[in-house]
Design a protein around this ligand. Structure first.
Ligand SMILES: Nc1ncnc2c1ncn2[C@@H]1O[C@H](COP(=O)(O)OP(=O)(O)OP(=O)(O)O)[C@@H](O)[C@H]1O
Length: 534
């Protein structure tokens, strides 16, 4: 499908529009009220008021004059790099909440990314159209066109206006594109003001909030690294919406923790949080586990049983390891996500539920889509708001905070004084690559607290796989090995002292930066892990 794009900036009445103001009704559809529409839009915008109330009125005017079936105005939030529906016409609040796009994703995302308008003559044929809000229905809206224009001010793209309706002639579609671009230009200043005010409000909040403007941090997640702070911002942003969230990351990084945090900070935190591990059961029972079954539905079904969707009604359903679902289970899941209704196995009665869905996987779902092992339509349904949790090896500053946290927790569980982690042991924790992520660190610390001697965790209390190259040297038991250990300790201490600054550590050790670099390589020490330490 080729998109009919136009590249002219939406900042003035274009010749197409000026000529079209006198567009006649000879093609069966007419626009006789363009000037009243534009002047009413201008009046609404100059009257001031909140952006929401202004945009609502603008949408009503567009509906009245352009007879749109649906319309939406999105705003681009640069702080989390996502596009949200700010106001809409013809969408229910639930549908509007689902309208979240990344730049480049779907038609709206493409318009933001390219700053170019897009006309989709027939939504039904266009693979770019995601129907993320779920409002579009092939049977009734199959002939609809979608027109989307950017809201631009200077070089800044701030959002989009999109409309959906049937057009019987292409000329009118182009005319409406021009009309939308003029409306986008009229509202651009109000949108810019709103975005500026929001940034200012955030700054003021940060300065006046108690505790020196502490940022949002979920209570159940430990870690202050920059990458985790980005994750916290996303959790804060998405918790209150009903949006489906896809949590991505390697095994043991804390995906379930993030899912719990989203639930706990959401409006449905009083409702149930139900976790379902899609990899834990054979395919034959997945359906009855998710949707429940009637008595006698299959051998062994001795009584009626509610499934996870029913159990999660009014709350959150967390589908862990969603990438492990078979294709047939994926299609059943797709239906519930689309329609929010399902039948128990062995029953004809359709049940409806009000459930927020969170999903997680350590797999690359887009690659699975390409390989044909994951349904593309389900992928788009789940990937509405992705949150990627970085692996532990990329957040060195969290390693020590987590180690301290687990040290205190296991000491309290084991009823002993909290042991001190000796510097060489700390260095080993920092320099290990943690393939098993936080879960592995948790296990290492549990064992170390058990083994601790006289209130200390030493490097030999850590598992052998954490022992770096230095340990092989000590096995030689010679002078060189012992000198190497001293050298290793001095280098890691200097890095800790200067927070990973190699030049300052080298000058402190009275050696060149290059010489220190070679030693770091020899001992496989990653200076980045010492950043942000004190
Ligand atoms: N930031 C964190 N703070 C405290 N504990 C954490 C954190 N991240 C993970 N954990 C702990 O590490 C373990 C693994 O976490 P979790 O189960 O959330 O990871 P996951 O990514 O869902 O793993 P999997 O992919 O194997 O399901 C859990 O015991 C959890 O409590």
């Amino acid at each position: 499908m080729r998109h009919e794009k136009t590249a002219v900036a939406a900042n003035a009445l274009s010749p197409v529009l000026t000529g079209a103001l006198s567009f006649s009704c000879r093609l069966g559809e007419c626009r006789s009220e363009l000037m009243p529409l534009l002047s009413e839009v201008s009046k609404v915008v100059s009257a001031g008021g909140s952006l929401s109330s202004t945009l609502k009125l603008v949408l009503e005017l567009m509906q009245k004059h352009l007879q749109v079936k649906r319309a939406m105005i999105t705003l681009y939030d640069v702080s989390c790099d996502q596009i949200f529906i700010h106001e809409s016409y013809g969408l229910s609040p639930e549908e509007a909440e689902k309208g979240v796009y990344a730049p480049g994703e779907g038609i709206t995302g493409k318009v933001i990314e390219t700053r170019q308008s897009i006309i989709v003559p027939h939504i039904a044929d266009d693979p770019l159209f995601l129907n993320r809000t779920g409002s579009w229905d092939r049977q009734h809206d199959g002939q609809h066109s979608f027109i989307c224009v950017p809201i631009i001010r200077g070089l800044k793209v701030m959002g989009t206006i999109g409309i959906e309706r049937i057009y019987h002639n292409a000329q009118l579609r182009f005319l409406d594109l021009e009309v939308l671009r003029v409306i986008a230009a009229i509202i651009a200043q109000a949108v810019e003001l709103h975005l500026l005010e929001r940034v200012q409000q955030k700054t003021v909040q940060a300065h006046t909030a108690p505790h020196g403007g502490e940022k949002f941090k979920p209570a159940n997640i430990i870690g202050n690294s920059r990458t985790m702070q980005h994750v916290y911002r996303l959790i804060e942003k998405v918790s209150h919406a009903r949006t489906t969230v896809l949590i991505l990351g390697e095994s043991g990084v804390g995906k379930e923790r993030v899912a719990t945090a989203i639930h706990q900070n959401s409006h449905c935190s009083g409702g149930p949080f139900i976790r379902f591990n899609c990899a834990s059961l054979p395919e034959s029972v997945i359906e009855s586990e998710l949707f429940g079954h009637e008595k006698g539905a299959f051998t062994g079904a001795i009584s009626r049983r509610a499934g996870r969707f029913e159990e999660a009604d009014g709350g959150t359903l967390f589908l862990d390891e969603v990438g492990e679902l078979s294709l047939s289970a994926q299609s059943k899941l797709l239906r519930v996500i689309q329609e929010r209704s399902f039948e128990r196995v062995g029953s004809n009665e359709t049940l409806s539920v009000n459930v927020r869905i969170l999903a997680a996987t350590h797999r690359d779902l887009s690659e699975m889509v390409e390989q044909g092992t994951f349904r593309e339509d389900l992928y788009y349904r789940l990937n509405v708001f992705p949150i990627t949790i970085p692996p532990l090896r990329e957040r060195g500053s969290d390693i020590l905070i987590l180690a301290d946290h687990f040290n205190a927790r296991f000491a309290s569980e084991q009823g002993v004084e909290v042991p001190t982690i000796a510097t060489p042991a700390l260095n080993m924790l920092l320099n290990y690559t943690w393939p098993g992520n936080v879960r592995e660190l948790e296990n290492v610390m549990e064992r170390a607290v058990l083994l601790a001697d006289e209130g200390f965790i030493h490097s030999y209390h850590l598992p052998i796989n954490l022992q770096p190259i230095i340990d092989h040297l000590t096995e030689q038991e010679g002078l060189e090995a012992r000198l190497a250990r001293v050298e290793y300790d001095l280098i890691t201490e200097a890095l800790a002292k200067f927070q990973g600054n190699v030049s300052r550590a080298a000058s402190y050790l009275n050696m060149t930066r290059r010489a220190l670099g070679l030693r770091l390589e020899k001992y496989q020490i990653n200076y980045k892990h010492y950043r942000g330490q004190t």
